[in-house]
Design a protein around this ligand. Structure first.
Ligand SMILES: Nc1ncnc2c1ncn2[C@@H]1O[C@H](COP(=O)(O)OP(=O)(O)OP(=O)(O)O)[C@@H](O)[C@H]1O
Ligand SMILES: CC(=O)N[C@H]1[C@@H]2OC[C@@H](O2)[C@@H](O)[C@@H]1O[C@H](C)C(=O)O
Length: 387
């Protein structure tokens, strides 16, 4: 491990509690689609998932989303950030407060915050939201700033859900390599070999962002029809994909890079222009085909053929996208909910799981998941001060 976690940052009481076995942890995620805050409880020792608890989703209002959108691509010092960060914190606080009224009571919080900019090989990575302030406001230990240590050590800082995907594979009893495909604003995959016990062992996980997924679809329908999304992918399903446009999209240098690799939400600024002459339905269908083609291209990197692809994230509700994936992949493509996992909450659960790993001094990423030189534990632990 490159950077030993300073275990003294998790205070004595928390450390002692974590040594005794699984704890309930709360995780929160506000993803690149800017739809809202997911919050979920899981019980874990940071290795094995012992159980899943209640979940909450708090959407951003249309006005809040506008403010958040203005902050996209912006760094900590930009004038757009304070108002956007305030929204992120307020909506998280509301979601967490709601969940803390239910049983069981969490013993720590994993707080991802909102990514506004991600340029791991340039300016770094920027997640807004103050974990220290949240810890004080909630009187709860908070693990946050999950990505910067990995980036500081040469990694991509993303994706970070892979170690949780590895735990999920074992939770559902998988006995052969499989792929978790998250279709959020951006798409990302984790190829997992569940026969290897540790997620940070060589050959256990290969992960990377596949390409744009739902974000270009949302942006197009927002711009053309003032709607937040194409519900169920219905409009896209009525269109026809422009295959020549998809082929042009696939010439982007990102697809020639070897994984691990990661993306910012708007790393394909030319994409809307490629469909500007198409009807709404054909444009949506073409962007849908691009998202699926990017996944298919990405899966060519799998170390061995996966037995199945389990689809998580909001994009699995888009039937046009699921259809495009099934047409392009030669392995079964399943909605992850069919396994008993919750595809709407997997990322929030992932940050609860990672919070426990950080507080216990365990690793959160590895060369196969972020390209970091050696397994590393990221994240800061904030302990509320006594009043
Ligand atoms: N019923 C639906 N029909 C069509 N699209 C949907 C539906 N539900 C969610 N989506 C799409 O899924 C996306 C939200 O999914 P999710 O919450 O997994 O993304 P995210 O976590 O914000 O993004 P990321 O994983 O990139 O950080 C939105 O872009 C939304 O348009
Ligand atoms: C920098 C950043 O926030 N990246 C997100 C984004 O959304 C999907 C994809 O791009 C993934 O790399 C990551 O999120 C998930 C939760 C992850 O870290 O695994």
């Amino acid at each position: 491990m490159l950077k030993a976690i300073d275990k003294t940052r998790a205070d004595g009481a928390l450390r002692a509690r974590l040594q005794q076995g699984p704890v309930w942890a709360l995780g929160c995620m506000s993803g690149t689609s800017l739809d809202g805050v997911d919050a979920a409880l899981i019980e874990t020792d940071g290795d094995v998932i012992a159980g899943f608890g209640p979940t909450v989703f708090r959407p951003y209002s249309a006005a809040q989303r506008k403010t958040l959108r203005r902050a996209l691509g912006k760094w900590q010092d930009a004038p757009e950030i304070p108002a956007a960060a305030q929204i992120v914190e307020t909506v998280h606080h509301a979601a967490i407060a709601e969940l803390m009224q239910t049983d069981p009571t969490p013993e720590l919080l994993g707080f991802h915050g909102q990514t506004f900019a991600h340029d791991p090989r340039g300016r770094g990575t920027h997640q807004a939201g103050d974990g220290q302030a949240l810890s004080q406001a909630l009187s709860l230990p908070v693990v946050w700033d999950f990505r910067s240590a990995d980036v500081g050590l040469g990694g991509e800082g993303a994706p970070l859900a892979p170690f949780f995907h590895h735990a999920c594979a074992r939770f559902i009893g998988a006995d052969a390599p499989l792929v978790f495909l998250n279709l959020g604003g951006v798409g990302n995959v984790t190829w997992v070999d569940p026969r290897i016990e540790r997620p940070d062992a060589v050959g256990a996980c290969l992960a990377f962002d596949t390409g744009p997924a739902n974000a270009p679809l949302d942006d197009l329908i927002q711009a053309r029809r003032d709607a937040a999304r194409d519900e169920g992918g219905e409009l896209a399903a009525s269109g026809v994909a422009d295959q020549a446009m998809v082929d042009r999209f696939l010439t982007h240098p990102y697809f020639h890079r070897m994984p691990p690799k990661s993306l910012d939400r708007d790393d394909f600024p030319d994409l809307p222009g490629l469909v500007s002459d198409l009807s709404d339905a054909d444009a949506l269908r073409s962007l849908t085909a691009c998202a699926a083609a990017a996944v298919a291209r990405g899966l060519e990197h799998c170390p061995s053929p996966p037995k199945q692809v389990l689809v998580t994230g909001g994009g699995r509700h888009n039937q046009a996208l699921m259809g495009e994936l099934r047409a392009r992949l030669s392995v079964p493509v399943r909605d992850i909910d069919a396994t008993g996992l919750n595809g709407d909450m997997l990322e929030a659960q992932a940050f609860a799981y990672l919070a426990v790993r950080v507080a216990r001094g365990m690793t959160t990423s590895a060369p196969g998941t972020t390209g970091v030189a050696a397994p590393v534990g990221g994240g800061q632990v904030s302990i509320p001060k006594a009043p």
